[in-house]
Ligand binder design. Structure first.
Ligand code: GLV
Ligand code: MN
Ligand code: MN
Length: 421
């Protein structure tokens, strides 16, 4: 047979691939039922039983779509759709773990939109030149085990595997024992895979796109993230008998530091952010001066210099406040990631494709951490944002409209096809 009829036949089988929004929304709904909590949200803390059930569901879908699925030693799950040539794949993906009071879109959208792109390519009978891979990475949230983006970080060599496996979570158990417990300590080596380019679709998790009436965010980078855990140790005593001047109150020092961090964030230019999201007082009783306070501090900025200044100012205040109260203070780093810039070629392709598809688009940095920032260490990487209603995320009420999901998934589809050839 001559080449010409073969080509004609292949062209006849190929249709333009399109996102099936109903199918994508149905998968988002189904995954949201795993670990569902009141208010429409989800609790699937990393490596919990709920995370296992979510992983089983998504990995099952990946296999149904014909992907070659592997699990690495830190539990990252990657599915590869073969290309015409055995080249490094173009990859997309995100995470399916959530914070304790998470929404159904954070991370999940990027994973399930990746799956939808694969389904669309299958439906259209398209075989790309490069393989297309989709992944979900372990413990992106960092809510149970710090640091965040753990799976993608280990994958890029930013954290040794054995150190990650030894990491204790908020319940005192380790990453390694939980990975084994849920059956996701895989046998694929971490970081062995070469990736041609990585693109992640994600909800914005902030108010800008909605506020400006823009559909697509072409993400330029991710701001720096600095997490610390402080422990303050004082002396418990009777709340009714101990004069104020004679107290060694661990709790009040923790609260002073929290308030000061907010002040520092207000004073510094450049969008400095400060959050104390966890605080635990001991013995935690109405009439006892706390002898111990444990709390976390999350500082972020797109400007590494301003972030460093914020860290320095809060830490200096913490020492002074502890000294003034006569208590002991210690701290340990939970995460420390410099700001990341995404690949300019990918950022501009996101912009161009969004415009070609008739969507409004703007460039913007990401306030949240993402797996794409770790992948950016090894290959050209970028992200596509879609609007979050009322800017809500890490909240059960997190919501993104179907038409925006369709727009974002469409841009992802075109960009992955372009990158895969
Ligand atoms: C991850 O969601 C983060 O805290 O940015
Ligand atoms: Mn996320
Ligand atoms: Mn998140």
């Amino acid at each position: 047979m001559s080449a010409a009829p073969d080509k004609a036949c292949a062209a006849a089988q190929e249709a333009a691939p399109r996102i099936d929004l109903a199918r994508l929304l149905a998968r988002i709904e189904a995954l949201a039922q795993v670990g569902a909590i009141e208010g429409g949200g989800v609790c699937r803390l990393a490596l919990s039983d709920e995370d296992r059930a979510g992983r089983d569901l998504v990995a099952g879908w990946m296999r149904e779509l014909g992907l070659d699925v592997t699990i690495d030693a830190i539990g990252n799950v990657v599915g590869v759709r073969a290309g015409r040539e055995a080249l490094a794949p173009v990859m997309t993906g995100s995470h399916i773990d959530t914070v304790r009071t998470g929404g159904r879109y954070d991370g999940n959208l990027g994973v399930l939109a990746g799956l939808e792109v694969i389904a669309a390519l299958n439906d259209a009978g398209i075989v790309t030149r490069r393989p297309v891979a989709m992944a979900f990475f372990t413990n992106e949230e960092g809510a149970r085990f710090a640091p965040d983006m753990m799976g993608s970080l280990v994958c890029q060599g930013g954290l040794p595997l054995d150190e990650a496996l030894r990491t204790k979570g908020i319940d005192g158990t380790t990453v390694g024992e939980n990975l084994a417990r849920i059956g996701y300590a895989g046998d694929a080596p971490v970081g062995a895979r070469e990736v041609h380019a990585f693109v992640e679709l994600h909800v914005e998790q902030g108010p800008l796109l909605e506020h400006e009436g823009v559909t697509i965010g072409a993400v330029t980078g991710v701001q720096g993230i600095h997490w610390t855990e402080f422990v303050v140790e004082g002396t418990s005593n009777h709340a009714g008998t101990t004069p104020m001047a004679l107290r060694h109150d661990a709790g009040i020092v923790a609260m002073q530091i929290a308030c000061h961090a907010r002040e520092v964030a207000r004073e510094l230019s450049g969008g400095q952010l400060a959050t104390v999201g966890h605080m635990k007082l001991t013995p935690d009783l109405v009439n006892v001066i706390p002898n111990r306070a444990e709390f976390t501090l999350d500082l972020r900025n797109t400007d590494a210099g301003v972030l460093a200044e914020a860290v320095q100012r809060v830490f200096a205040f913490a020492q002074a406040a502890a000294q003034a109260e006569g208590v002991r203070i210690t701290h340990r780093s939970l995460a420390d990631f410099a700001p990341v810039a995404f690949d300019e070629r990918i950022v501009s392709r996101v912009e161009a494709i969004a415009r070609q598809r008739g969507h409004s688009v703007r460039r913007m940095p990401s306030g949240a951490g993402h797996d794409a920032q770790m992948l950016a260490r090894m290959c050209p990487a970028g992200m596509i944002f879609v609007p979050s209603v009322a800017g809500l995320s890490h909240n059960v009420a997190e919501y993104t409209h179907g038409h925006d999901i369709e727009a974002g998934a469409g841009v992802l589809l075109d960009l992955l096809m372009e990158l895969a050839g």
